[in-house]
Each structure stands twice: as structure tokens, then as C-alpha cells.
Design a protein around this ligand. Structure first.
Ligand code: DON
Length: 585
């Protein structure tokens, strides 16, 4: 693994040097992912990818494999894989039928607009992040159950078994996971009411140690036997509610019983003539913001300008700035707020927005406001100090069905609250609401009325599970973690492949940059721009700040993707930034 990592990092450095000349990627050394004839799975963890590919080999379809991967990640990748969180699925059946499932967490019924404010109306720092009050009603189990009920082929019980085995027999913790668990040890102690989990005799984890999760295995067995009721009712529900009562949590039995995931129309738009982008609609901002960026960028000759040339980067940054300004005002849970969906994607509106881009000068964010698309009712940092994880997996089965899922607990290990007796972590997704207009959340994102807290409302997300078609056929399946940087990472990967002709692996490896309107700063992985290009961008007025090298924990995004190549083979690409694994056959 280490050797592979070093080789790929070496490649990335070589790669970024070459791209600094503005050469097209096809002129550069090729680097490809796992090539498969029939089917592929890419996820954040080797054991989860293995669980998925084995289900596919047993005759399961992409949704079956997704269920197996999802529950396996909850065991072996607990900083983001989950049963106590939520997420979104984009699905494209082999015949081209599309669907999307929203299994986002919901605000408990006892939640309200001022939940995180003190008596003076100020936001209480970290109240929505640390501990029980940050938890939304989890959606993952219902999401998996609902998807399987509609599309699954294999028996539900079979799909849960790999995760149960991993929890019961234990799995070998990697060096990276050991470090994450050690770093979070104090927080687990502080915010959980039990010190029972993720402990070992020496209280320090090291790579190669075995982590057994007996209570989690029992919870998974209840879900295996009883489906969604194994989580939202009975013993698991009792354990969740008991956990809430031991601290300041507000999730009740009624909240759990009432939780339902929702099939929604995916967000669909074209990139140039040949490509169709299918992504997640509200309550995720991902699909709309991604399409806005793509459709603004397509008006400029970025292919000619080259990958990460100053001109290309400038246009992409400006498109990101404009899209994030709209995100803050116009996007929220569509069941609670009239999101001007069509207006935000209208050709005329985007053409006006794109005209705000000056090709040689950076706009200042304070001078950029949300637009006024048709149907709008709404209006107006910092980057996260801590590294955070969500997780994405991409799957294509042998029939050509494709599934793209991003799921999260929000922060690493969510609220750091374990449900005692049930052995799993609860999310802190409530921080994705706007606690107060003008106050940044942990990702430095601003929000307004559209994303204000309300009982049973879903908090706005940036998760962007995406599928791209080329000339009506499946072309790319992709997504990533990264909080606010999710949308911009997906945007860059789409352009990397379509405009700069990269292989999927080259694209995923490529260094990234990010702008989100406020703060008015371009965050970059150190490898993204060389001195000359950085200086050109600064001359245009961009403020550039390094997040560190892409081999640091502060990388931007961790993209797991599958590309259908010209020869009809699949190229499955696992991001080199983590222990992500692509398997295929
Ligand atoms: O839904 C969202 O946009 C966030 N809760 C995602 C959090 C995330 O991606 C954390 N990190 N990588």
C-alpha cells in the first residue's frame, strides 16, 4: 500500500509539473485505474469494496452491492461510513431510467430556529457540532432499505452479512484509521456517555490492531432480521432514545418512526451538446451548483487554454463564486422552502450570470450577490480548521446499472456520540443548517431563511453524487467527500475528463482548488499551481491559500469514480488521497 502510495505521489508531482505548462493531459504520461470488463466498485475502504464486488459476483445488481458497501463502511470506515447518518443516491438503470433517493437526516420535531442560540441570540459555539444536540434523525438505514425494496435482487439478509462478519470477527485497523481514532479519543470520552467503544488495552491504536464491534454486530443483525424496523423501532430505537436522554439530545421514538427517505427527481442538465449531467437536487445544493458551474464554464474555451492554466482556473473560480452566492440564498429543503429550481438553471439566467465574469480580473466576493432567478423569494469566512470526512462510492454492475452514493456523519465520527449498547456513532448533521443568518457553519458556509432550522426539515447539503452520460450512454459515475469542496471537486473532475482528456485515474489524482464565495480566497492543494501560474492568478486579484499537500489530511476531496472507456471497458479510479480501493471484474 505504502509503496503504491509513494509511486502515485511521485506521479502526481510529475503530473502537476507537466500540467503547469498548460499542456493538454493527453500529452502527459498516462495513468489508469482498475480496468474491468463487466462491473466495478470503488469505495473508501478495501473491505467495503470487496463486500460490494462479491455481491456483484453472486448475481446482485448495483443497488444490492451498494447496500453491502454501505453497511460494510459503517463497520470498517466509522469516521464517515454509517448507520447513524444519511446521504443521497443517484441511480441510472441500464436502460437509461433515472432516479434519486434522498435519505438525508431530518431535524427532530423538537428542533426550532433558535436551537443553537443563547439568551442574547448569539450562536453558542460548537453546540451544533459536538455532542447529542447536533444529531439529526438518521436516514441511512431507511435509505438502504427503501432502495433495496424498489430495485434489489438478492435477499436483504445476504447483503447485511459481510458487515456483520466484519463487526463480529473484527477487522484490521489501518495506520490511518488508528491515527484518526487516537486523535479523536478525547472527544469520544467527552461527548459519549459510554467509554466502551474504540478502546483497546493500551488506549492507543496502531495499524494492524484488530477492532471488534460486538454491539454494532448485534444492531446490524436486528436490521438484517427486521429491515428498517430493526433500527427505527424496538431495541435499537430504545437505545437511541435512552442515549438522547442521558444528555441534551432531542431525538424521540416518534421522530424515528416517522423518518422516511424520499424519491426525488434528479437534477439534469447538459454540458455542451454531448454530455448530460445527472446529479442530486435539493435538499442537496450539489446538483444545482454543479450544473451552474458547468454551464457557465462551457461558454469559455478552457480546452484550448489547458488544464489549470491561469485562464482556465480563473474562469472556474469565478463560476464557483457565483454558484456559491446563489447557494447561500436560494437553496434549502424543497419541502419547506420554494427553491427556484428552474430559474437557477435557466439558460438566460446563467448567461446573465456568466456575463458577470471578467476574463482578466477577479471579482471581489463582497461585490457578488445571489442572482434573482425566476421564482426566487429570497439573500446574503472561514474554511474548516479540522479535517472532515464524508464518503462516496460508485458502482456499475454487469448489466450496466450504475449507482452513485455519497453518505456522511458530517464531521469525522459525527457528533462523537456512540449509542451505548448499539455500538454506532450519531451524526452532527444539524450543523449543516444555518444556525443564524450571516454566521458561518463548520465549513465556512453561509445560509439564510432557505436553510433555517425547522422541525422535520432537512438541512442543506453539498453532497453531489453524480452520473454523466455521453451521447445517451453511461459515461461517468463519481462523487466525493469534502464538505463545501464536494461540488467544486466534482466540477473539476468532470472538466478533467471531458475537456482535458484525462483518464479517470489521472483526473482523480490531479491536484484541486476551491472557491466558495466567502471567504474570498482560493484554497488549493499545494501541487495545484506552480509559482508562475499562482503569480498570474494573484495579478488578476485572486487570493490564494494553500491547504497543504494533497498527501496531507487537509486534501481537497477524495473522489471515487468509474469511467466507461471508448473500448466499453470500465476504468474504476480510487483516490490516492486515502485508502480508497477500486475493484472490478
Ligand atoms: O452534507 C454536507 O454537505 C456535509 N454534511 C458534508 C460533510 C463532509 O463532506 C465532511 N467532509 N469531508
Amino acid at each position: 500500500m505504502r509503496a503504491f502510495f509513494c509511486i502515485t505521489i511521485l506521479f502526481v508531482f510529475t503530473f502537476s509539473c507537466q500540467t503547469k505548462t498548460g499542456k493538454s493531459a493527453s500529452e502527459m504520461a498516462k495513468f489508469t485505474g482498475t480496468i474491468a470488463d463487466s462491473a466495478a466498485v470503488v469505495s473508501a475502504h478495501p473491505f467495503a469494496s470487496k463486500a460490494g464486488i462479491e455481491i456483484l459476483k453472486k448475481g446482485g445488481n448495483a443497488v444490492d452491492a451498494a447496500v453491502a458497501v454501505h453497511f460494510a463502511l459503517a463497520v470498517v470506515y466509522p469516521r464517515a461510513g454509517n448507520i447513524g447518518g444519511g446521504g443521497f443516491m443517484i441511480l441510472r438503470e441500464a436502460d437509461g431510467k433515472l432516479n434519486s433517493l434522498d435519505f438525508r437526516e431530518k431535524c427532530p420535531a423538537a428542533g426550532h430556529r433558535d436551537l443553537y442560540l443563547d439568551a442574547d441570540g448569539n450562536v453558542v459555539p460548537r453546540l451544533s457540532i459536538d455532542g447529542h444536540l447536533g444529531a439529526g434523525v438518521p436516514g441511512s438505514v431507511d435509505g438502504m432499505y427503501t432502495a433495496h425494496k424498489k430495485y434489489g435482487k438478492l435477499d436483504w439478509k445476504v447483503l447485511l452479512q459481510p458487515a456483520i462478519d466484519l463487526a463480529e470477527d473484527g477487522h484490521m485497523v489501518s495506520e490511518i484509521e488508528a491515527e484518526y481514532m487516537n486523535d479523536n479519543r478525547e472527544k469520544f470520552d467527552k461527548f459519549s456517555t459510554t467509554g466502551k467503544y474504540f478502546t483497546n488495552p493500551s488506549n492507543r491504536w496502531k495499524g494492524g490492531d484488530k477492532l471488534k464491534q460486538i454491539d454494532l454486530a448485534a444492531t446490524l443483525k436486528r436490521i438484517q432480521t427486521n429491515g428498517r424496523s430493526g433500527f427505527y423501532e424496538g431495541q435499537t430505537a430504545d437505545l437511541i432514545v435512552d442515549e438522547m436522554k442521558r444528555s441534551n439530545g432531542i431525538i424521540t421514538h416518534t421522530d424515528l418512526l416517522a423518518y422516511r427517505s424520499v424519491w426525488r427527481e434528479p437534477i439534469i442538465g447538459n454540458y455542451k451538446n454531448d454530455y448530460r449531467i445527472i446529479s442530486m437536487g435539493p435538499p442537496s445544493s450539489g446538483g444545482i451548483a454543479l450544473l451552474q458551474m458547468c454551464e457557465m464554464a462551457e461558454r469559455f474555451p478552457v480546452k484550448e487554454w489547458g488544464f489549470q492554466s491561469a485562464k482556465t482556473a480563473h474562469i472556474m473560480i469565478e463560476a464557483e463564486r457565483l454558484a456559491y452566492a446563489d447557494r447561500a440564498s436560494h437553496l434549502g429543503d424543497p419541502d419547506f422552502f420554494p427553491v427556484p429550481l428552474e430559474g437557477l438553471l435557466e439558460e438566460q439566467y446563467l448567461s446573465q450570470r456568466a456575463k458577470l465574469i471578467n476574463q482578466s480580473e477577479a471579482t471581489r466576493s463582497k461585490n457578488v450577490k445571489a442572482g434573482s432567478p425566476k421564482g426566487a423569494t429570497a439573500v446574503e469566512g472561514k474554511m474548516p480548521a479540522e479535517s472532515n470526512e464524508t464518503t462516496h462510492y460508485s458502482i456499475v454492475d454487469k448489466w450496466g446499472n450504475a449507482v452513485s452514493i455519497t453518505t456522511t456523519l458530517n464531521s469525522n465520527y459525527g457528533s462523537k456520540v456512540f449509542v451505548a449498547g448499539a455500538g454506532f456513532l450519531l451524526n452532527n448533521e444539524m450543523d449543516d443548517f444555518s444556525a443564524k443568518p450571516g454566521v458561518y457553519n463548520q465549513f465556512g458556509l453561509l445560509g439564510n431563511e432557505a436553510n433555517a432550522i425547522a422541525p422535520e426539515k432537512r438541512m442543506l447539503s453539498s453532497m453531489t453524487p453524480t452520473i454523466v452520460e455521453k451521447e445517451g450512454e453511461l459515461f461517468m459515475v463519481l462523487g466525493t467527500p469534502g464538505g463545501a469542496t464536494i461540488i467544486t471537486s466534482v466540477f473539476q473532475n468532470i472538466l478533467n475528463v471531458i475537456e482535458f482528456e484525462m483518464s479517470m485515474q489521472e483526473s482523480v489524482n490531479a491536484p484541486r482548488f476551491h472557491h466558495q464565495w466567502f471567504p474570498d480566497t482560493v484554497y488549493v492543494e499545494e501541487e495545484a499551481f506552480n509559482v508562475e501560474i499562482k503569480s498570474d492568478l494573484e495579478k488578476m486579484g485572486h487570493r490564494i491559500k494553500s491547504r497543504g499537500s494533497l498527501i496531507d489530511k487537509n486534501y481537497i476531496g477524495k473522489v471515487d469514480a468509474i469511467l466507461v472507456r471508448k473500448d466499453a471497458k470500465l476504468e474504476a479510479a480510487a483516490d490516492i488521497r486515502g485508502e480508497d480501493t477500486a475493484l472490478g471484474y
